[in-house]
Ligand binder design. Structure first.
Ligand code: ADP
Ligand code: MG
Length: 478
């Protein structure tokens, strides 16, 4: 367990000159190991309570080419969130859609938008914001598939890559603009992106964007948009921050929630007990050498640790790729593609890869290091068991009485690699920090306290001190 007051090495500061170094870092939550176990897997397909959609895709009156593309992609029946939000979005309403990860939110907003673009091919009229470069890229990929053959064009505005091709892309007159808040704001400031004709605005993973400290950018961008527009907001949680955005920037939004439970009942979950770091590594290698692991994501906490694990796995003759904040965007993309296309079967990653990434057929998620919060856990294991498939998640925990789960020495000096940090660098040049509190980077938010609410595990546990300060930080922000 990390100690909040732990001091760090003298590495150069990368947080835009902020003085509150580490202050906003989320301290590690106590998660009882029973929460990592679910061996009674609910088969989604046999579930009597499985959602019965009230529409088929054919009922939505999409343009024939969209229907064709859906058939080609083998989309037959809409998922719950699609079933309920698509008719509202098609009717031009503002919609707040709350649904767990992997439930098809992307199509829920893209299909009505593509259909509307097909009727009115206005250039630059759709703006979609997502928290990370990878997610924005994924939305762009899906857009191309759903709109194939329709001569609709997109531009992807994400940080960490050369801006010049993006400037050219904007000049070519795309119909739809997809990006991360930081780079979108850059383009607005450079006047390369004009917001005057935008009539569809989408916030994907809104809670995550707020968690990452993008609140000011979102507000700034949203306030410059034409008032006559449709706003669609998708989120896993309806946090106070999301409520505030909805209040301030949406018009009489329709509210759709298809969240059933926080845990992924269809994912087989278990723990792997280890006695010491050497044992832990050996167990991991045994698992990787075994027969059952096909396509595996291993999550580690720090950039250093993740790179070392990947090197170790490579040395043992199993090809792996690594994704963490020290990799360039090009390296991150290449690694992700190699893994997506199954050229390598093992991806080692920090939580950079935990949210929203849709990689087909991941058979196993291994939490080599335990996640910082239960919320992170849910997102990590949500990389498997997607699209109605079952999946498997294994979490390494120390054997009772064994030396506590402490990262090795070099790693102890390193901060957990939070996605937000690299995105932070993207959106704010060094030294540009200011005193505005909302600009200070990642803020804990959402369901931090949910562990205590669940019956069974740790319900009567008193919050520890750093959780109290976490809760204080949350209420301060909201
Ligand atoms: P979310 O954004 O809710 O995390 P995604 O939009 O990434 O989920 O969808 C998860 C996966 O499910 C994707 O691979 C997507 O192509 C697939 N999918 C979504 N909707 C359907 C559907 N109606 N039928 C079949 N597959 C679907
Ligand atoms: Mg999504």
């Amino acid at each position: 367990m990390y100690n909040k007051k732990r001091s760090f090495d003298g590495a150069p500061r990368r947080n835009g000159g902020r003085t509150s170094r580490g202050k906003n870092r989320q301290s590690k939550q106590y998660i009882h190991e029973s929460k990592f176990i679910n061996t009674d897997v609910v088969e989604k397909h046999n579930d009597e309570n499985a959602y019965q959609p009230t529409h088929r895709f054919a009922d939505f009156n999409f343009a024939p080419q969209i229907q064709k593309n859906l058939e080609f992609m083998k989309f037959d029946t809409p998922s719950a969130i699609q079933d309920q939000t698509i008719p509202l979005a098609m009717a031009g309403k503002d919609v707040i859609g709350l649904a767990n990860t992997g439930t098809g939110k992307t199509a829920a907003f893209l299909l009505p938008i593509i259909n509307s673009l097909n009727n009115d091919r206005k250039l630059g009229s759709v703006l979609i914001m997502a928290p990370t470069r990878e997610l924005a890229t994924q939305i762009d990929d899906e857009f191309r598939k759903f709109s194939a053959g329709m001569k609709l064009y997109s531009v992807l505005l994400v940080g960490g890559v050369n801006i010049v091709p993006q400037l050219r892309g904007l000049q070519r007159g795309p119909h739809i603009i997809i990006g991360t808040p930081g780079r979108i704001k850059d383009h607005i400031e450079r006047k390369s992106l004009r917001l005057g004709v935008i009539d569809h605005f989408v916030l994907d993973e809104a809670d995550r964007m707020l968690d990452m400290g993008f609140v000011n950018d979102i507000r700034n961008i949203a306030s410059q948009l034409p008032v006559e527009r449709q706003t669609l907001c998708f989120s896993a949680t309806f946090s106070d921050g999301v409520k505030a955005i909805a209040n301030d920037f949406m018009r009489e939004p329709e509210y759709v929630s298809v969240k059933v439970t926080e845990t992924n009942d269809h994912i087989h979950q278990d723990v792997v007990r280890y006695t010491d770091p050497e044992h832990k590594k050996n167990l991991l290698m045994d698992l990787l050498n075994g027969e059952t692991l096909e396509k595996t994501i291993i999550f580690g906490e720090t950039k250093f640790g993740v790179q070392r694990l990947s090197d170790m796995i490579d040395k043992a003759g199993i090809r792996s790729v690594a994704i963490h904040g020290n990799k360039s965007q090009g390296q991150r993309n290449r690694a992700l593609n190699d893994f997506k296309n199954s050229r390598v079967s093992v991806l080692v990653a920090t939580d950079v890869a935990a949210r929203g990434l849709d990689i087909p057929n991941v058979s196993h998620v291994i939490n080599f290091d335990t996640p910082t919060t239960y919320d992170d856990y849910v997102h990590r294991i949500g990389r498997t068991g997607r699209g109605g498939k079952t999946g498997s998640a294994l979490t390494f925990v120390p054997e009772k009485g064994a030396r506590a789960d402490r990262p090795e020495r070099e790693e102890r000096r390193e901060r957990p690699d939070r996605n937000s940090r690299s995105e932070w660098r993207e959106r704010r040049p060094a030294g540009a920090g200011n005193g505005n509190r909302d600009n200070r980077g990642p803020r804990p938010q959402g369901n931090q306290g949910q562990g205590a609410k669940r019956s069974g595990f740790g319900g009567s546990r008193k919050p520890r001190r750093d959780e109290n300060s976490l809760m204080a930080a949350i209420s301060e922000q909201n």
